[in-house]
Design a protein around this ligand. Structure first.
Ligand code: XMP
Length: 319
């Protein structure tokens, strides 16, 4: 029988044997996998672990503060927070091609992580939240998005000269096992069972060129959507749900005048493997409430639409 405590004890012993008294660094993304690795390593080697959390400005609403609160304040993990939003927005200026945006965001992450690792200087090991499905995917000859994903955040991707040994304690585990481990390690359920979030973050949910004001608007709209999904009991019934920023202006009435403002699209899907997906049949009342809140609480949004496309042919993300 699968037992989280036994796996944790076994991994702790293995990690200690592997790294001894060396320093270890870990890129914390706010996602489940890297958070579980952080919690596990913290338990195994405590202060020998330093996490680097890069706040790209393209994360979910207040996610940076949440990561610091959960991992640093609550769990006592050493976390260096890098506020890199300005750098990301600068690098993305004038870029509207989705794959170009992905590349820029991914490369910048590696660059910043490399800088931080250099400042620390004495790390000998790099810990990563690689899980079993990542190992399989990168072993195959797959190209396209999945490959881009892994080369960016998980498997590989770091400059050769860093010469760090890899610590990958989740390599043999499936996602649901990683989640159970996370709960057993004391991570909040809400974090462990969160919907997946793409590495490039809001960068691929703002269609076309990324601007700070778009990211701010989108993060707020997304937070309203997610909050209402949770209140209505629909969050756990959907596999992924989020808002998308459409860079088109649509007419609305403000007082006696007509105003041309932005459009927000809502996307919610049910899926087992993310390869195919159905749009979620959310109740009209819920959709209505989310739409009212977004339009009333966010200036500059005049219209909210709901995406009713299945995958295939539509993908889950809009870019
Ligand atoms: P699509 O849009 O291809 O998405 O139906 C399938 C799943 O993959 C996620 N996704 C990404 N994850 N980097 C990531 O880390 C990416 O560039 C990327 N693109 C899509 C998407 O959120 C969904 O869960």
């Amino acid at each position: 029988r699968w037992n989280a405590e036994e796996i944790i004890e076994d991994q702790i012993a293995r990690i200690r044997a592997q790294v001894g008294s060396d320093e270890v660094i870990l890129g914390l993304s706010g996602g489940v996998d890297s958070s579980v690795v952080a919690a596990l390593l913290h338990r195994a080697i405590g202060g020998q672990l330093t996490c680097v959390f890069v706040d790209t400005g393209l994360l979910r609403w207040r996610e940076g503060d949440q990561v610091m609160q959960t991992m640093a304040q609550h769990m006592g993990v050493k976390v260096i927070r890098v506020n890199a939003a300005a750098r990301y927005f600068k690098a993305l200026e004038g870029v509207s091609d989705p794959e170009a945006k992905r590349k820029i965001i991914g490369n910048l992450f590696v660059e910043i992580f490399d800088e931080e690792a250099g400042k620390l200087g004495n790390a000998r090991w790099l810990a990563q939240g690689t899980i079993y499905p990542d190992v399989i995917e990168s072993a195959g000859s797959r190209t396209g998005k999945a490959h881009v994903i892994k080369s960016h955040h998980n498997v590989g991707g770091l400059p050769e000269h860093m010469k760090l040994g890899l610590v990958e304690p989740l390599r043999e585990l499936f996602k649901d096992e990683v989640r159970r481990l996370g709960v057993a390690l004391g991570l909040p359920r809400e974090m462990v069972y969160r919907h997946p979030f793409p590495g490039p973050g809001l960068g691929v949910r703002i269609l076309g060129e990324v601007k700070p004001e778009y990211a701010d608007l989108l993060a707020r709209a997304d937070a309203i959507f997610i909050e209402e999904l949770r209140v209505a009991g629909w969050y756990d019934r959907t596999s992924q749900a989020f808002a998308v920023f459409l860079p088109v202006k649509s007419v609305g009435v403000v007082g006696d005048a007509r105003a041309y403002e932005w459009v927000i699209a809502l996307r919610a899907v049910e899926t087992i493997d993310f390869m195919t997906a159905h749009w979620a049949h959310l109740p009209y009342d819920l959709l209505g409430k989310v739409s009212n809140r977004i339009i009333n609480e966010l200036r500059n949004v005049s219209r909210v639409v709901y995406d009713i496309s299945g995958k295939p042919p539509a993908t889950i993300e809009w870019e």
